[in-house]
Design a protein around this ligand. Structure first.
Ligand SMILES: [Zn+2]
Length: 364
C-alpha cells in the first residue's frame, strides 16, 4: 500500500498547507525539524549540566580576575562569569565543538549567538546596559568580555563590579528561561533586582546577618504600653500597580488607625513593603502616636531600618526618609515578627489582607 500525489511543476502544491495523507488534516503532522530542535535543546541543556569547571581549568585563564570575582560579597550563584571564557554552551561554543545547532540568538532571533553578543551586543540587551547609573558603555571598544575586563575591571569600584556580575547573571537566567522553557523575556525589573541584592549585601556588611526564615505563623503579639504597633503589608495588583495597607493597634488590641493606599509599580515587592511602612509611620504621626513599634514581614526593610545603611539605592532612600519622619516620635522600633505560639490570632493581618482585596477590586 502506498500514496501517490502528482506534484508536477509544484505551482499548485502547498507543501505545508495541503492535506497529503487521506484522513489526516493539515496541522496534525508535526514538522520533523521541530522535534529535532527539541532534541537539540535537551542536548544543550545536558551538556551545560555536565560541564565540570575544575580548578585546573581555571588555572589556564586570568586568575587575578577570577580571584577578584570570587572575593566579591555576593552570593556564589551570581558568579557565573565563566561566560568570559566562552565555554558556556552558547550555540556558538557548541558549534565550534562540532555540534550543528543552526539556531540564532534566542533573545533577538536574528544574529548568531555567542557570549559577547548575548550579553552586550544583542539589541535585546543593549538598552538594559544603558539604564543603570553605572557607565558600562565601554564594552563597545572590545571584542570579548575577558579582554574588556582585563582593561577595566581593576578600575571599577566594588559596587560596580558586584552590580556587573549580578546583571550578567540575570541576563543569562532570562536567556535560559526563554530558550529552555520558552518564557517571555522581561529584563525591565532587572536593575531593581540587582539593587535589592546590593541592599542585602550592604545590610549584611553593617553587621546584621540576613537569613531566609519566614514567620512560621500568623499570630500577632500586643505591644507593651505605651507603645502602639503598626503592622504593614504590600502587594502588587494585576495591573502592576502597588497596594499598601496597614493597621495601628494599642496594647489592648484596639485599632487606632487603618490605611490603604495605591503606589506606583516599583518592579519590586520589597520597595512596596518599605513604602507601606512609610505610609504607616505617616499615619501614626498624624494620629499623634509617640511610641511606635513597626512590624513588617519584609526582613530586608526592617534590617535596613535598624542598620546604618546610607548607600545609594532606592530602598535605602525610602528607609532614610522613614527614619527622618521618626525624629518627631519619642521612640520608634522596627521589628520583623518573631511570633511565639503564646500570642493571639492576628486581626491585623486580616485587615491588611482585606484592604488588599478591597484595592484589588477597585482596580477592576
Ligand atoms: Zn541577539
Amino acid at each position: 500500500m502506498g500514496l501517490y500525489k502528482n506534484v508536477e511543476n509544484g505551482e499548485t502544491t502547498m507543501v505545508w498547507k495541503d492535506s497529503w495523507i487521506p484522513g489526516v488534516k493539515m496541522g496534525e503532522l508535526n514538522p520533523v525539524n521541530e522535534e529535532a530542535r527539541q532534541f537539540t535543546r535537551l542536548a544543550i541543556m545536558e551538556s551545560w549540566e555536565h560541564i565540570n569547571l575544575t580548578l585546573g581549568f581555571f588555572c589556564e585563564v586570568q586568575t587575578t580576575f577570577w580571584k577578584s570575582v570570587w572575593k566579591l560579597p555576593v552570593q556564589s550563584r551570581f558568579k557565573v562569569m565563566r561566560a568570559c571564557l566562552g565555554i558556556i554552551p552558547t550555540v556558538d561554543a557548541l558549534e565550534r565543538r562540532g555540534m550543528q545547532i543552526n539556531e540564532p540568538c534566542v533573545l533577538c532571533g536574528a544574529e548568531p549567538e555567542n557570549v559577547f553578543h548575548m550579553f552586550f551586543e544583542c539589541q535585546a540587551v543593549r538598552q538594559v546596559w544603558e539604564t543603570t547609573r553605572f557607565n558600562f558603555s565601554s564594552w563597545q571598544f572590545h571584542n570579548s568580555i575577558l579582554e574588556w575586563m582585563s582593561v577595566e575591571w581593576g578600575g571599577w569600584e566594588r559596587e560596580k563590579q558586584c552590580v556587573f556580575i549580578m546583571a550578567v547573571y540575570y541576563i543569562w537566567e532570562a536567556r535560559n528561561k526563554k530558550k529552555f522553557a520558552n518564557e517571555t523575556i522581561n529584563l525591565n525589573g532587572m536593575w531593581a533586582k540587582v539593587e535589592r541584592q546590593w541592599d542585602e549585601v550592604c545590610v549584611a556588611r553593617n553587621g546584621i546577618p540576613l537569613d531566609v526564615d519566614t514567620p512560621s505563623n500568623l499570630l500577632w503579639e500586643k505591644p507593651r504600653a505605651p507603645y502602639l504597633k503598626l503592622n504593614t503589608d504590600a502587594a502588587t495588583k494585576s495591573t502592576g500597580e502597588g497596594a499598601l495597607g496597614g493597621v495601628i493597634r494599642d496594647s489592648e488590641g484596639l485599632v487606632h488607625g487603618v490605611f490603604m493606599a495605591s503606589a506606583p509599580s516599583l518592579n519590586h515587592s520589597t520597595l512596596l513593603e518599605a513604602l507601606a511602612i512609610k505610609k504607616g509611620v505617616e499615619v501614626a504621626q498624624q494620629l499623634g502616636v509617640s511610641d511606635l513599634v513597626v512590624e513588617s514581614d519584609a526582613r530586608l526593610v526592617t534590617d535596613m531600618l535598624n542598620s546604618n545603611c546610607n548607600h545609594a539605592s532606592l530602598l535605602s532612600l525610602i528607609c532614610l526618609s522613614i527614619l527622618d519622619m521618626c525624629i518627631g516620635f519619642n521612640d520608634v522600633q522596627f521589628q520583623w515578627p518573631h511570633r511565639s505560639s503564646a500570642s493571639e490570632p492576628l486581626p491585623a493581618d486580616v485587615i491588611v489582607a482585606g484592604g488588599r482585596r478591597f484595592l484589588a477590586d477597585q482596580s477592576i
